[in-house]
Write a protein that binds this ligand. Structure first.
Ligand SMILES: Nc1nc2c(ncn2[C@@H]2O[C@H](COP(=O)(O)OP(=O)(O)OP(=O)(O)O)[C@@H](O)[C@H]2O)c(=O)[nH]1
Ligand SMILES: [Mg+2]
Length: 711
């Protein structure tokens, strides 16, 4: 393959609801881009993009696939993404490195859940978008209704460039409003013919072209002036306004196709080539030093690894976009994240499972390499000159569907841990934690489907039988008032005796409190607990009642009890302990005795100090179609949510609420059923809060029962 220069590159992502036809469109573009000589189909399980075992089995895309087409002197890099919301991470990762998105909309069903959700992500990343209305060959295709929905949801900047003359069975023609011609696409491919617009279509074509011209003019002041003066624009000016509008998300052009029957494809590719921005026409990315990288081959090289996949017989493949400079075969590069030195053994242009070697990749282009030693998704590869540069990482949605997992056969536990770690490397929206506290392996992802796919991979590919079980909640314990207690540990039956007596006052800790108590503090130690919260340990001993050498043992005893909280065995936090008196025995006192006395005094005091269980609270943001608002609110209230605010966003409402983690179990599944899958949500840990009294009683009872079971 020849080396493409920056201005000869177009980077696009294929977006759209599930089964809109993205993969089929990609296949057709690959065919016209000379990468394949025969178009595969999703049904025949032979598309270039959906090639992984699980995709073949399910006949839909699960992962993003990097592809390219060489077309009319440009290289169009395409990232075909799955449409189902659980795999949104693939889209977020792709949006980061492209310069435009093609939102594929199924003309039979119009706007779908995925269209709405992905629109929001594209808006967030400021990515230009065009709409490809697909499946126009279908007898239920309804172009006008689809346009109506697009405008209603995304505004009047949605601008028709092409419309079908004869949508439905027998579809073969579109009117192109840029050329003011009919483009005739033979069914199942073949040479496109260009014809004059028939008289019967002329009024409609002229009316729609007038809208196109006005929308194009709106994006530039000089064009606007010209438009007001003359009422029209030249072809050149329309293109100028259109290109400018696309870049600034001031215009969302609409083009037409039937991907399965190979119709409209070259029209879309021409449009991308002529009107979508080249990478150097878009704002550069920033590195963590807030410097914007220039998309220019003569700059020092910086490339961002946006995807890692594991391929059979090849191993890890790292996909990257070169943001500045150029990268060549055999080049020595440095990973800005960990200073690891790497040699680029091979540069590959990838189209699904097809890989072609190239010698050089210039700024703006997307490519892949293999056999890197210590490079992960989100890392930056640099030339030696600028080796410390780190490109600002992509912000992925937080995992929100949580479960515990275990191997059916416990001898597989260790292997399971390393498999989960490997999966994490290729999936930024998946998390795993081997929780010592809960004694569970907790995994979280975007939804039930996402975790079902993970299960499939572990069972089918890694051959480990697993099961998902209810995840425990990491509760905490604390106190709400002060209490005193003393404990005497005394053992004098035979042999060496043990004696230690400790008196303590414990108090609730809160940020900003002064360290003054009833007893004068003579020494203080402040601990940030690894499980969150604080322990303040005050030595208030006077007159040598307890030797200083025993204080660490007392602290150790307290810490031990804090690790297995007195109420339910959860970690305790935010407590001030004042040890103010005690007794020693000249012979029998030792560290063990004081540790036990400290531990037990703490336990006694804790019980009398208004102990409370704390639970993790999450900030939850739900995007709901306005008509489902009532039901979603009712459901949230049933989950003990505290609603913090509401904003409207088009036809959607955004609800912000604080919800206990314990109530979020399987939320994505019920939200989906309440809203027919149209809502989406995100969640992030916020803080620990006391559980209500009734919940506390339930938890205490459950703990007691679990203890008697263990006995
Ligand atoms: N009639 C008709 N069917 C199409 C067209 N494009 C795609 N299809 C069919 O629609 C189904 C879904 O196509 P895909 O290409 O897998 O859609 P996708 O958007 O990639 O789906 P996901 O990746 O699962 O989100 C398949 O059965 C295709 O054959 C089209 O233009 N016309
Ligand atoms: Mg697909």
């Amino acid at each position: 393959m020849r080396i493409y220069q920056t201005n000869e590159i177009r980077n696009i992502v294929l977006l759209g609801g599930a089964r809109a036809g993205k993969t089929t469109l990609a296949e057709a573009m690959l065919f016209h881009g000379g990468v394949i000589s025969r178009r595969g189909t999703v049904e025949d399980k032979n598309t270039t993009s959906d090639y992984r075992e699980i995709e073949l089995e399910r006949q839909n895309s699960i992962y993003s696939t990097v592809l390219y087409a060489e077309y009319g002197g440009v290289k169009i890099n395409m990232i075909d993404c799955p449409g189902f919301d659980d795999f949104i991470g693939e889209i977020v990762g792709a949006l980061r490195v492209v310069d435009a998105g093609v939102m594929v909309v199924n003309a039979q069903s119009g706007i779908e859940v995925g269209t709405e959700i992905q629109w929001r992500w594209a808006k967030k990343s400021d990515t230009p978008l065009l709409f490809a209305i697909n499946q126009l060959d279908h007898d239920k295709a309804n172009f006008d209704e689809t346009i109506h929905q697009l405008k209603e949801n995304f505004g009047n900047n949605v601008t028709i460039i092409q419309y079908p003359v004869n949508a439905g069975t027998g579809f073969d023609s579109v009117v192109d409003l840029m050329q003011m011609k009919v483009l005739k696409y033979p069914i199942n491919g073949g040479k496109v013919t260009i014809e004059d617009i028939p008289a019967s279509e002329m009024d409609k074509a002229a009316e729609l072209q007038a809208i196109l011209i006005e929308n194009a003019a709106e994006n530039d002041e000089s064009l606007m002036e010209k438009f007001f003066e003359t009422g029209t624009l030249s072809e050149e000016e329309i293109i100028k306004g259109l290109r400018f509008g696309i870049r600034n998300r001031g215009i969302f052009p609409v083009v037409c196709c039937a991907a399965k029957t190979d119709q409209g494809i070259v029209g879309i590719m021409d449009f991308i080539k002529n009107n979508c921005p080249a990478p150097n026409e878009m704002p550069g990315v920033k590195n963590t030093k807030d410097k914007e990288l220039k998309c220019n081959p003569s700059e020092p090289m910086s490339a961002f690894v946006f995807k890692t996949s594991v391929e059979p017989h090849v191993g890890e493949v790292s996909f990257f976009k070169v943001y500045a400079g150029e990268i060549t075969e055999s080049m020595d590069v440095v990973n800005g994240a960990n200073s690891s030195k790497e040699r680029i053994s091979q540069l590959l242009c990838v189209a699904g499972k097809n890989r072609e070697k190239v010698e050089k990749v210039v700024a703006g282009d997307i490519a892949a390499t293999i056999k890197l030693k210590n490079v992960f998704t989100q890392n930056t590869l640099n030339s030696i000159k600028n080796q410390d540069d780190v490109i600002v990482p992509t912000e992925y949605p937080e995992p929100k569907f949580r479960t515990a997992v275990r191997a059916k056969n416990s001898s597989d536990d260790e292997k399971l841990g390393s498999v989960l770690n490997e999966i994490r490397k290729t999936d930024q929206t998946f998390l795993m934690e081997q929780s010592k506290e809960l004694k569970q392996t907790i995994i979280s992802g975007q939804g039930e489907q996402h975790l079902n796919i993970i299960k499939w991979i572990i069972e089918k590919i890694n051959k480990i039988e697993i099961e998902y079980i209810s995840p425990k909640i990491p509760y905490r314990e604390t106190i709400t008032k002060s209490a005193e207690a003393m404990y005497r540990h005394k053992k004098q039956s035979g042999g060496a005796g043990q004696f230690g007596e400790v008196h303590m006052l414990i108090e609730p800790y809160f940020d900003g409190m002064t360290n003054q108590t009833k007893y004068p503090v003579r020494g203080t130690e402040k601990y940030d607990l690894t499980w969150g919260g604080k322990l303040i340990f005050n030595n208030c001993i006077v007159g040598g009642a307890i030797d200083a050498r025993f204080m660490p043992a007392i602290l150790k005893g307290i810490m031990e009890k804090m690790e297995e909280g007195p109420l339910t065995g959860s970690y305790a936090r935010d407590i001030v302990v004042n040890v103010y008196d005690g007794k020693m025995h000249p012979v029998d006192s030792n560290e063990m005795a004081f540790k036990l006395a400290g531990r037990n005094a703490f336990r006694e005091a804790f019980k009398n100090a208004g102990p409370r269980i704390l639970e993790p609270i999450y900030d939850v943001e739900v995007f709901v179609p306005s008509e489902n608002m009532g039901n979603v609110m009712t459901d949230l209230q049933g989950r003990r949510a505290v609603v913090m605010g509401m904003d409207s966003d088009g036809n959607f409402q955004k609800i912000r609420a604080k919800v206990p983690l314990a109530e979020m179990n399987k939320y994505s599944t019920s939200l989906s059923s309440i809203t027919s899958g149209r809502a989406s949500y995100g969640m992030k840990f916020s803080e620990y809060q006391q559980v209500p009294t009734d919940v506390q009683s339930v938890l205490l009872k459950a703990y007691e029962e679990s203890q008697t079971e263990e006995d």
